[in-house]
Ligand binder design. Sequence first.
Ligand code: TYM
Length: 333
Amino acid sequence: KQRVLTGITTTGTPHLGNYVGAIRPAINASESADVQSFYFLADFHALIKCHDPALVHQSTREIAATWLALGLNTDNAIFYRQSDVPEIPELCWMLTCMAAKGLMNRAHAYKASVDANLAAGDDADFGITMGLYSYPILMAADILMFNANKVPVGKDQIQHIEMARDIAARFNHHYGEHFVLPEAVVDDNVAVLQGLDGRKMSKSYGNTIPLFLPEKQLKKSINKIVTNLLEPGQPKDADTSTVFQIWQAFATPQQTADMRQAFAEGIAWGEAKKQLFELINAQVGEAREKYEALLANPAHIEEILQAGAEKARAHSKPFLEKVRAAVGIKKIQ
Ligand code: TYM
């Protein structure tokens, strides 16, 4: 069986980008009988970016409720919280001791922080924690722990999967074949979903459209997508439009072709946004109600996560024993 694995960092409310980049492909994959899937809440990763305990906790609840509301079948998929699997941070340490520092120096997230510091006239490493620096190694541990073949992610995470492969290859070369080399799975239609301002939709840019906004607010939010000043009747360029890009992530190929035509014919921005709202609302409306009900029942969510952690540990405990033995950590005999 193929193993599919992905995680979401618990630092905010899930948005359309998380949905189309990771959650939707992951749930689809988990419905195939040839796939064993592992989906998790990356709460250790959250500490890298967010030092607000209430936010991390609330986000964990929201992201868990999101997966469940969207119909993740936890009989097929193993659904857990990263911090409930203590083998992950232990594996992370072993990988840290095999990961090249030079590889980490090249990580986009770290480099972006350095560049921002230098641009602001600060010290290169100002405010950068070791957590941020070693972030790709923790992510490698998440993936390699379950020997995942496929990792559905948005384009922004591809580099991290490549690093996981590098680290795994190095470990395998030295200690023997323990890890499968994982591959990123990226949906080209939605590689990077744009946010309200046209940049990548991201919690850190504050430009997201949360997936389960109440209907009225969803409409309002979609209306805030930045557009150019073209009037109704003036032809619009679909390929540079955020409205069109988001449309494409939710529409059928036929609907996308029709919207492209409507753009060429000069559809008014207000009309295009209204149709976009209707398209998304029709797809998330039912799940939104389930989401609200789940949030009102946190004990139920916790129960599901505990059951998931148990299943995850049925894999991680024996596997880590082998890895420990491989590096020479075992009972004296
Ligand atoms: P995170 O929490 O930033 O994002 C979760 C997933 O959503 C995707 N995504 C997007 N996809 C398309 N367009 C966007 N605008 C957009 N924004 C976010 C991300 O690519 C990601 O797939 N480090 C990871 C979480 C993680 C993980 C892992 C993922 C931890 N361990 C192991 C896979 C495997 C992160 O911060 O994702």
